[in-house]
Design a protein around this ligand. Structure first.
Ligand SMILES: [Mn+2]
Length: 253
């Protein structure tokens, strides 16, 4: 994928968690995301949505989850206007397959990707399971991505499967909220650690991740920056690359 800026900008956002914690608050958030997309579309050379777009997503062979129709409509509208959009899966929506690719021409990445935009090197990904720590999740991810487990889940009736998944998702969120997860952990920021280790082997100008739910802009090396995109449940933060620099901003309209 080759992105040309032509005086435009590249936008990054993650962790919309559409669907959570309930329909009412998700719909308010969904409309805000659409206002944001409306506000950037004229100057967007590309839009990267970096995982946990949906609080839960599963693609059956012939069925996708209900909901998010305004968001999907807006995404389709942007694609019809030829604006490149790139999806990454997060730990909440890792069961995306090729629906968005087939329907809208949106590539869906399940791993971080390297990309060069205007002579800057980017490493972009959701960030789950990278760096030290998060051992429980690393084991769970193996289970979640196991083809046999996915096959079993697929054959549960969607009403039952989705109910189980939502219960699981809300439990894991509650557990996270109890642990002061959203405070800056200094040298224990796993993704920051990951960037520092990576930069010793291969240099990137920008490391762009989500997952952490905490907007961060941290120096990795001399000319290298780790950006965490934050989230949209409370903070509505996003990244903008103008060809020179990535800036973190807040959408407050
Ligand atoms: Mn998340």
């Amino acid at each position: 994928m080759n992105i040309q800026l032509h005086q435009k900008k590249v936008f990054f956002a993650s962790d919309f968690h559409l669907g959570a914690p309930n329909e009412t608050s998700s719909t308010i958030r969904e409309k805000k995301i659409i206002r944001w997309l409306n506000s950037i579309e004229d100057e967007a050379a590309a839009i990267f949505l970096v995982g946990d777009i949906f609080d839960f997503w599963f693609e059956y062979d012939k069925v996708i989850p209900k909901g998010f129709i305004r968001f999907m409509g807006k995404i389709a509208d942007l694609r019809d206007k030829n604006i490149p959009i790139v999806f990454f899966t997060g730990n909440h929506d890792l069961w995306m397959k090729d629906y968005f690719t087939k329907e809208l021409g949106i590539p869906v990445y399940h791993h971080p990707i390297e990309m060069e935009i205007e002579n800057k090197k980017f490493l972009i990904g959701h960030g789950d399971g990278l760096g030290p720590g998060d051992e429980t999740y690393k084991i769970l991810k193996k289970l979640f991505t196991n083809p046999f487990c996915k096959w079993l889940f697929k054959w549960l009736h969607p009403d039952l499967g989705m109910r189980i998944a939502h219960k699981w998702s809300s439990n894991s969120r509650l557990a996270n909220n109890n642990k002061n997860e959203h405070e800056f952990k200094g040298n224990d920021e796993w993704l920051w650690e990951y960037c520092k280790e990576m930069d010793k082997r291969q240099h990137f100008d920008y490391y762009i991740f989500g997952h952490r739910h905490l907007p961060l802009e941290l120096e990795v090396g001399k000319s290298s920056t780790y950006i965490n995109l934050g989230e949209w449940v409370n903070q509505n933060t996003f990244g903008v690359f103008d060809g020179e620099k990535v800036t973190l901003k807040t959408f407050d309209k």
